[in-house]
Design a binder for this molecule. Structure first.
Ligand code: PEP
Ligand code: MN
Length: 356
């Protein structure tokens, strides 16, 4: 794996010559025009036979230098594409200036539950509705979700509130169904290394929220993202949702370090899920603020009209009031770190609060 860095005053014809040279070697060039210079990543199996040719590229006119990349992930590597990947959903620039708040129940239980939650979280400032119709459950006897019926409920809530939907897909066979309803497809922690699923969501043209496996390293997560991107889908968000440690006071341990590490290693947006990390309501808002302060591009949070009756993850689901309070606490943090948080339908200049 190599990157060719062009001179800042390199001519277009010089860039094309390098691209042609790379192609003539049977390798794939990935040019990316940065603010100051063009860089061209080379992807393919580079073997000993290419050694002289690659050295030759380093000598071509307009080339400033070539860099060998030793990290195993390439397309998602920030060295490969220094500019952040910005994913546009519902007017948000995720990975750019916006702090995206996705909120909703863990599982879709009924039309009324989703409808009420969608309205409440939208009015409090969420811009994307979450909700699981297909639930991956640790026990085969637990509620596994409403399936397509749940997707229809989400769609109805979207039509009413204007909030796009993020929902989980748990197997490759379900991708064609889920993609019809979802605006963002979620790959859950338990499926982070389901390579058939990663390849399937790599073949669609909708953003993917890839959650970190609870026993996966950051590098394994980036390689999982690499599966999706190398299959053609460039719109991947990386989601830190807590990992398993010796600690038992929280459901998982939120690896807040993953936020700056991922931001530095990759150009992809980083989302934090404080709900599954904490597993308990009182810790959600502090962890959400920590995520924002650490540089995350958004959060995904569980909210339920009556958490005590929730069929899944009630202990970590915020009430409507708690969600609103958390949003109020997040706004000054966003302002302090230069992230934008605007309500649904509000224009850029608007600091107006939603009318009740
Ligand atoms: C969820 O989002 O409801 C979920 C199952 O999350 P995770 O895959 O992170 O456990
Ligand atoms: Mn959940």
């Amino acid at each position: 794996m190599m990157i060719v860095v062009m001179n800042s005053d390199a001519m277009l014809s010089q860039v094309s010559s390098v691209i042609h040279k790379i192609e003539s070697l049977g390798l794939t060039p990935h040019p990316s025009r940065g603010e100051h210079q063009t860089i061209i990543g080379i992807v393919g199996i580079i073997d000993a036979g290419h050694k002289d040719d690659l050295e030759h590229i380093g000598q071509m006119p307009g080339v400033a230098k070539t860099i060998r990349i030793t990290r195993p992930f390439k397309l998602v590597n920030r060295e490969f594409k220094p500019d952040p990947t910005i994913i546009r959903v519902n007017g948000l620039s995720i990975g750019g200036e916006d702090f995206a708040v996705m909120a909703g129940p863990c599982a879709v239980e009924s039309a009324e539950q989703v409808r009420a939650t969608a309205r409440a979280v939208r009015d409090a400032g969420a811009r994307i509705l979450r909700g699981g119709a297909f639930k991956p459950r640790t026990s085969p006897y637990s509620f596994k979700g409403l399936g397509e019926e749940g997707l229809k409920i989400l769609r109805a809530a979207k039509e009413e509130t204007g909030l796009p939907i993020v929902t989980e897909v748990i197997s490759p066979e379900l991708v064609p169904l889920v993609v019809k309803y979802a605006d963002i497809l979620q790959v859950g922690a338990r499926n982070m290394q389901n390579y058939a699923l990663l390849e399937a969501v790599g073949g669609i043209r909708k953003p993917v929220l890839l959650k970190r496996g609870m026993m996966s390293t950051i590098e394994e997560m980036l390689l999982a993202a690499e599966y999706i991107v190398s299959n053609g889908n460039k719109e991947v968000m990386l989601c830190e949702r807590g990992i398993r440690t010796f600690e038992t006071a929280t459901r998982s341990t939120l690896d807040i370090s993953a936020v700056p590490v991922l931001k530095q290693s990759s150009h992809l947006p980083v989302i934090v899920d404080p709900s599954h990390a904490a597993g308990a309501r009182p810790y959600i808002a502090p962890l959400a603020k920590a995520a924002l302060a650490a540089g995350a591009d958004g959060i995904i949070v569980e909210v339920h009209p009556s958490p005590e009756t929730a069929s899944v993850d009630g202990a970590q689901s915020l009430t409507f009031d708690e969600f609103r309070e958390m949003m109020d606490e997040l706004r000054p943090v966003a302002a302090a770190v230069g992230k934008r948080m605007v309500l649904c339908g509000e224009d850029d200049a608007g600091m107006r609060r939603a009318s009740a």
